[in-house]
Write a protein that binds this ligand. Structure first.
Ligand code: SF4
Length: 78
């Protein structure tokens, strides 16, 4: 799955929501989240994010890896 990381906080541009072909990006309090169970790894969201907040899970920078768990937690209660 692709993961939305810290640059989304305070930005929430939502360009990703418009391009996702499976509509798996939802708005949280401080950022958007990708549902890792539905994401088909197409990469469309990564390309349009104006703040480069989105990474493929294996490419998330070490200081941003907490956002992988944050997305999982978000969809547990969504
Ligand atoms: Fe949606 Fe594709 Fe981004 Fe996954 S990689 S969240 S399917 S746009």
């Amino acid at each position: 799955a692709y993961i939305i990381t810290s640059p989304c906080i305070g930005e929430k541009a939502a360009d990703c929501v418009d391009v996702c072909p499976v509509d798996c990006i939802a708005e949280g309090d401080d950022q958007f989240f990708i549902d890792p169970d539905i994401c088909i790894d197409c990469g469309a969201c990564e390309a349009v994010c104006p703040v480069q907040a989105i990474y493929y899970e294996e490419d998330v920078p070490p200081e941003e890896t907490e956002y992988i768990q944050k997305a999982i937690e978000f969809y547990k209660t969504y």
